[in-house]
Design a protein around this ligand. Structure first.
Ligand code: GDP
Length: 701
């Protein structure tokens, strides 16, 4: 079977927004308009349209699916099939406790539409996701939504983008009217005005630019055009000479600048009032990249560890990344993946380059808004799901068996919070093991362990909400009833200075004894750098076969810590000397010696406790500002910034997680229920001395 849509007509995108900015509403509109374009002439009656949307909402497919395929014909082209673009919309989870899911989806999408609330402007989560998108160099377009709301302002929202996200954002539209007077949109590049008619705004009607807005529109257009032509020397010259350039040229240069993340065009409207969404879809076609616009993807040859690349073409060897594993009540395990290069046929075998195991691709599914489509083949740039993979988790690479490639080795943030969980009955116990395995396959920041002393199960994750949802899913999807304990902070340990130690493990008991002797040096590293083991043994004073055993012993000791039983991070351990015995040395002896050496050295290296620091954005009515600030300070909060917005105060503050339990209830009672906040993990930091002592004492109780 041949490819249906040329790769140039693919757009793999995500819709990103702070909670409540209108992601769901915008997505619904997108699916509605693209549904129409796919079945031109079929859906005209308002009623039919309504039913379809209601059904959608009830079934919730579009909202829960990790990726949805739809089709769009730009408004500037005739509506026929040959002009269709294929959009794969990859879901980006709204809540920041799911950092990894956001990262994972940013990794597989080629461009993003960022939706803002036209009243609130940039909010904390948009900022976080924006920074992550910067990290992955994801091209973006912005949509300032909700301009029909009381208090909405396009200009103020745009200013908040400039101030908090990027000065490279340029307005290429202006709203006609705002708040209850929002009527339509001016396209600044084409200098045309539009209104939206029909029950769902599906008819776009060109209007005169209102006289009172003409001067303003011209001024804004000039700003936009100047920024665009500055991206291309020749165009710039001509613009200076002739005073203007064609719309096509402007769009072409802007497209290049967006793809290289140099400019970010800003659109506007109201999803709820059906104004402007179609033009944002045009923006996806016009400015966001197709896979063909991208540099070849880099990976590692697992055998040689050399960097290799794969071009985004069908001819290339197959490579794909699994970005989401979901459990579907009807079909079982669904693994969503993105094909970067090559083709994949149903029934074939692929290699999971991350685990080294083979997997059979028995069925391939493409998810549409309202149905699933079984397909036989996939091509470069496709996003789809397969059923029944047993050993593939989120983040694993699938590739051609003959020439393996490993597309990524991502390091996940360490969980910051844990709770004990106890199944109600013996039956629950059995089901719980299965459920937790499934859930941790889906989500690499969710971990399961057991208490060494009591044997109780401990689950760890990125926040209270993260774990609450996991426990809730365990109940609903797997029927496990369990009691959970109080959330506990996941402290870490590290060292503050360099130190060395010598450790000998020697046992002489009759026959063959034990002999392991090592000298170990520990050195501090910066936060987030993790652990590095270095082998600096010269002249074979410890034979090579025993080195891995020493490393293993060191790692085991690190997992236990030296201060209060928390695992150690951010340090280097160097094995630099030692000795062995011809007869008595063994792996076991060297492992024990390594473990002892690490402990000894770390104790001498000023070991400390680290705690997770959270970044909060608290929004409260101005009247309550003083009390809320006072309360935050008593929680060891470090105020970063405060801002006024329409009678509300926004407080940005860093607070240790240990001080944050029960904060939601507390904030509610301090503000008569009117304050809200969002919280996310920021970094690990040293625990102050006095508190550190309390933690250690609490642990030994
Ligand atoms: P999400 O949390 O980002 O998915 O946001 P939703 O799409 O669920 O929207 C949150 C709330 O804002 C809902 O009550 C929507 O009806 C409302 N909303 C979304 N878009 C608009 C808009 O353009 N104008 C107005 N006035 N309300 C909107």
């Amino acid at each position: 079977m041949a490819r249906q849509y040329p790769i140039e007509k693919y757009r793999n995108i995500g819709i990103i927004a702070h909670i409540d900015a209108g992601k769901t509403t915008t997505t619904e509109r997108v699916l509605f308009y693209t549904g129409i374009s796919h079945k031109i002439g079929e859906v005209h009656e308002g009623q039919a349209v309504m039913d379809w949307m209601e059904q959608e909402r009830e079934r919730g497919i579009t909202i829960t699916s990790a990726a949805t395929t739809c089709f769009w014909v730009p408004t500037w082209l005739p509506k026929d099939k040959g002009n269709e673009y294929r959009f794969n919309i990859i879901d980006t989870p709204g809540h920041i406790d799911f950092t990894v899911e956001v990262q994972r989806s940013l990794r597989v999408l080629d461009g993003a539409m960022v939706v803002f609330d036209g009243v609130a402007g940039v909010e904390s989560q948009s900022e976080t996701v924006w920074r992550q998108a910067d990290k992955f160099a994801v091209p973006r377009i912005c949509f300032i939504n909700k301009l029909d709301r009381m208090g909405a302002s396009f200009e103020r929202s745009l200013e908040s983008i400039w101030k908090r996200l990027t000065t490279n954002a340029i307005a290429i539209q202006l709203p006609i009217g705002e708040e209850e007077n929002l009527e339509g949109i001016i396209d600044l590049l084409a200098m045309k005005a539009y209104e939206f008619e029909g029950d769902f705004g599906q008819q776009i009607v060109e209007k005169e630019i209102p006289a009172e807005l003409l001067e303003k529109a011209k001024a804004w257009r000039e700003k936009a055009v100047e920024r665009i032509v500055a991206e291309d020397e020749q165009l710039m010259e001509r613009y200076l000479q002739e005073g203007d350039v064609s719309l096509e040229e402007l769009k072409a240069v802007l497209r290049k600048a967006v793809i290289t993340s140099k400019l970010v065009p800003v659109f506007c409207g109201s999803a709820l009032k059906n104004k402007g969404v179609q033009f944002v879809l045009d923006g996806v076609v016009d400015y966001l990249p197709s896979p063909a616009d991208l540099q070849p993807i880099e990976g590692i040859d697992p055998k040689t560890e050399k960097v290799v690349t794969r071009a985004h073409t069908d001819k290339e060897l197959f490579s794909a990344l699994a970005f989401k594993v979901a459990t579907d009540p009807y079909v079982g395990t669904l693994t969503y993946f993105r094909v970067y290069s090559g083709m994949l046929s149903k029934g074939s075998y692929v290699l999971n380059a991350t685990t080294g195991e083979r997997e059979r691709i028995s069925r391939i599914l493409r998810m549409h808004a309202a149905e699933r489509e079984e397909v036989d083949e996939l091509f470069a740039g496709d996003i789809a799901a397969t059923i029944g993979l047993k050993n593939t988790s989120t983040g694993h690479t699938l590739c051609a068996e003959s020439v393996p490639v490993l597309l990524e080795q991502i390091s996940f943030p360490e969980p910051v919070i844990s709770i004990r969980i106890e199944p109600n009955t013996k039956q629950d116990q059995e089901k719980m093991g299965f459920a937790l395995k499934r859930l941790s396959d889906e989500d690499p920041t969710f971990r399961v362990s057991s208490d060494i002393e009591t044997g109780e199960t401990i689950i760890s994750g990125m926040g209270e909400l993260h774990l609450e949802i996991i426990v809730d899913r365990m109940k609903r999807e797997f029927g496990v009833e369990a009691q959970v304990g109080r959330p506990q902070v996941a402290y870490k340990e590290t060292i503050k200075q360099e130190a060395e130690a010598e450790a000998k493990y020697v046992r002489q008991t009759g026959g063959r004894g034990q002999y392991g002797h090592v000298k170990v040096r520990v050195t501090p590293k910066s936060r987030g750098e993790g652990f590095v083991f270095k082998n600096d043994i010269k002249g074979g004073v410890i034979p090579r076969e025993y080195i891995p055993a020493v490393e293993k012993g060191i790692k085991e000791a690190m997992a236990k810590g030296v201060v209060a039983g928390y695992s150690m991070v951010d340090m280097e351990a160097t094995l630099f000397d030692g000795s062995y015995h011809e007869v008595d040395s063994s792996e076991m002896a060297f492992k024990i010696a390594g473990s002892m050496g690490l402990q000894e050295a770390s104790k001498k290296a000023s070991p400390i406790l680290l705690e997770p620091i959270m970044r909060l954005e608290v929004t409260v009515p101005a009247d309550f500002f003083g009390e809320v600030i006072g309360d935050l300070s008593s929680r060891r909060g470090q105020i970063q910034e405060t801002e006024d917005l329409l009678g509300m105060k926004i407080i940005r503050v860093h607070v240790p997680l240990a001080e944050m339990f029960g904060y939601a209830t507390n904030l509610r009672s301090l503000t008569e229920g009117r304050g809200t906040f969002t919280m996310e993990f920021d970094r690990y930091e040293e625990v102050p001395q006095n508190i550190s002592q309390e933690v250690i004492a609490g642990k030994s109780k």
